[in-house]
Write a protein that binds this ligand. Structure first.
Ligand SMILES: Nc1ncnc2c1ncn2[C@@H]1O[C@H](COP(=O)(O)OP(=O)(O)OP(=O)(O)O)[C@@H](O)[C@H]1O
Length: 284
């Protein structure tokens, strides 16, 4: 039985740099955080370092990237020391990633059912017939109404929302303890988005796992997540419980909140975020 009081992931002072022809890009600077068995949103504007942070945790950064940290611990694994072979056995099994467009993660020439069955065979002792039955059960578990039909579809034949459910069903088989979801619902329309979010929500509470939910959408994160990490220009400027967001102290977080449209308080104009160079010094 997993110890629910221990963080699943601890990141201490992590930085990620990309050497480029025009100089070094400091994509992530000195970030520290822990993730427990909870839903943690990472939010910030485009280029603030959210995806780079997520990829660095999976050690999936491009080869030229330089990742430094005082310590990065995932359960019993020291992520700075783990060999590539160990990482291969962790990725997709103990730590899984969901991306915005599931089609890029699925094999285009294999039916989705066969792909899930392959995952079953990889993780469990099962015959092909049993793997098929388990796949159909998984498709039902992610609320796909006609699993027999969906089993035989190819990735290009499935909608975005269906694709995300298929990715989630594959993850259910591997049973990871941490899921990193990078803008998983950004491409979905509102109703499908709610369905995918509720599946993820059930998954996190039923299996008692951790979820890092990367998003641009503060409104979404504040209702869906337990805690929010706010990034600005590669740094974490604030970490706060979602329910306390109204009392956020950092001017950038306050600016994001003030820039949200509200049906309760319709205004003629939304506030424009004014940036202050001291934000970076304050976070350093
Ligand atoms: N391979 C790379 N080479 C050079 N710079 C990169 C590379 N990948 C990311 N960056 C830079 O690192 C910074 C952080 O990018 P990142 O994609 O993590 O931001 P983000 O917050 O996820 O943005 P978005 O919401 O648009 O996905 C940006 O300045 C980006 O241009």
């Amino acid at each position: 039985m997993a110890d629910t009081t221990q963080p699943i992931l601890t990141v201490d002072n992590m930085s990620v740099e990309f050497p480029t022809l025009s100089g070094v890009v400091n994509a992530v600077r000195n970030v520290s955080f822990t993730i427990g068995r909870e839903k943690v949103g990472i939010i910030g504007e485009s280029g603030s370092g959210k995806s780079t942070t997520g990829r660095a945790l999976m050690r999936l950064q491009p080869p030229q990237a330089v990742v430094r940290a005082d310590h990065m611990q995932f359960e019993d694994v020291d992520l700075l020391q783990a060999s590539e072979k160990e990482m291969l056995s962790i990725r997709g099994r103990r730590m899984a990633m969901i991306l915005q467009d599931p089609k890029y993660s699925l094999n285009p020439v294999m039916s989705v059912g066969e792909q899930i069955s392959e995952t079953v065979l990889l993780h469990e002792k099962a015959t092909r017939r049993e793997a098929r039955q388990r796949t159909l059960a998984m498709l039902e578990r992610v609320k796909i109404r006609d699993p027999e039909r969906v089993y035989n579809l190819y990735p290009h034949e499935v909608s975005g929302g269906m694709g995300q459910r298929i990715m989630i069903s594959m993850m259910l088989i591997a049973s990871p303890s941490l899921i990193i979801a990078d803008e998983p619902t950004s491409a979905l329309d509102v109703t499908v988005r709610q369905e995918v979010l509720s599946i993820l929500d059930e998954l996190v509470s039923e299996r008692n796992i951790g979820l890092i939910f990367i998003s641009h959408d503060l409104n979404l994160v504040r209702t869906f997540c337990d805690r929010v990490i706010i990034m600005y220009s590669g740094q974490i400027v604030e970490q706060i419980a979602a329910k306390d967001l109204d009392n956020a102290r950092h001017p950038y977080t306050r600016g994001l909140l003030n820039a949200l449209p509200s049906l309760d308080h319709p205004r003629d104009r939304l506030e424009v975020l004014k940036r202050d160079p001291t934000w970076l010094e304050a976070a350093a």
